[in-house]
Design a protein around this ligand. Structure first.
Ligand code: SAM
Length: 304
């Protein structure tokens, strides 16, 4: 369940409108949220939250996301300005993954918009697509905050064009076609509690769930992009298995020779041949794998 509350009566109307827009439950003014069963009368009255609930709190300094399991804890307060202040360089893992031709980049799984900001530091125009109304709202707020910030933050905000909807429908309609399409579908849940995904992604996941159609999206992205598709993955997670969603270009592992193209090859990058434990007979493998500290970027070069 998504709860929406305002920290001040001034924002109560905004909270009401947002609850309708996002399909959330408005926290009744004058009540307090508490986790689990509360016995007896309390002052102020309590509304019970549960594990898996997410709370969106509207504050004077922007939205804050909290876990329903710990409604009193600090939560996630987006700070896209801090990301804009420390942009990745062209030789960073992300910069190399994007390649040299990146006039138009699409972030097709924009989520909370953090990667969008990094992409906009590296490309003159980024179309950010997000289908979750909560994610799209958080990105709108991030863009507003950037637009009110430093010169650099404002410049980054101007480069981002937010579209709300399903990228599988939007991508084929883009004209001109993007040079690069960037995908960051939800990772599989981590098994070890010591290796939890970052809080913002856990909160987003509790609202939007998994992305079971990631393979379909990858296939559509490969048909749409002019130069390359970049997929962000956690270090050892398998490549996205687009085996059943091939695009007929004949670049799956069974029909392709040694992966690699000098135009996209980077020092320290790993050719994709050994990148995956999935069935290489049906899975489209990336041409390059660029490793960051905890993450990797699977790069699919386009040859149409
Ligand atoms: C792991 S999150 C992305 C996080 C993002 N990279 C960031 O920096 O905040 C994945 C997001 O992709 C979105 N998504 C997945 N498939 C999509 C699709 N076909 N169209 C639009 N959004 C999609 C989900 O709603 C979710 O918000």
């Amino acid at each position: 369940m998504l709860w929406i509350e305002a920290d001040d009566p001034v924002r109560a109307d905004d909270a009401r409108r947002l609850a309708a827009r996002l399909g959330g439950t408005l926290v009744t003014p004058g009540t307090r949220l508490a986790h689990g069963r509360v016995r007896g009368a309390t002052t102020p009255p309590v509304q019970e939250t549960h594990d898996g609930d997410v709370i969106l709190r509207l504050t004077a300094s922007g939205p804050v996301l909290r876990s329903g399991a710990q409604p009193e804890r600090g939560g996630y307060r987006p700070d896209h300005a801090a990301l804009a202040a420390r942009p990745p360089g062209r030789r960073s893992a992300l910069g190399r993954a994007l390649g040299d031709h990146r006039d138009l980049v699409v972030d097709a799984t924009a989520g909370l918009g953090e990667d969008t900001v990094l992409l906009a530091a590296l490309a003159p125009l980024v179309i950010a697509i997000e289908r979750s109304p909560l994610g799209a709202y958080m990105i709108e707020c991030a863009l507003a905050a950037l637009a009110a910030g430093t010169d650099r933050a404002r410049a980054i905000a101007r480069r981002i064009d937010l579209r709300t909807g399903d990228a599988r429908t939007i991508l084929p309609t883009l004209d001109p076609a993007p040079d690069v399409i960037y995908l960051d579908p939800m990772f599989e849940p981590r098994r070890r509690a010591s290796a939890l995904a970052p809080l913002p992604l856990r909160l987003l996941r509790a609202v939007v769930g998994d992305d079971p159609d990631a393979a379909d999206l990858l296939a559509i992205a490969r048909r749409t992009a002019r130069r390359r598709v970049v997929v962000k993955r956690r270090g050892r997670s398998p490549v996205i298995d687009a085996g059943g969603h091939g695009d007929g270009t004949g670049t799956d592992a069974s029909s392709r020779g040694t992966p690699g193209d000098s135009a996209g090859a980077c020092a320290g990058d790993t050719a994709a041949g050994g990148a995956s434990r999935v069935d290489a007979r049906s899975t489209v493998l990336p041409d390059h794998v660029i490793r960051g500290t905890l993450l990797r970027y699977d790069v699919y070069l386009i040859r149409h």
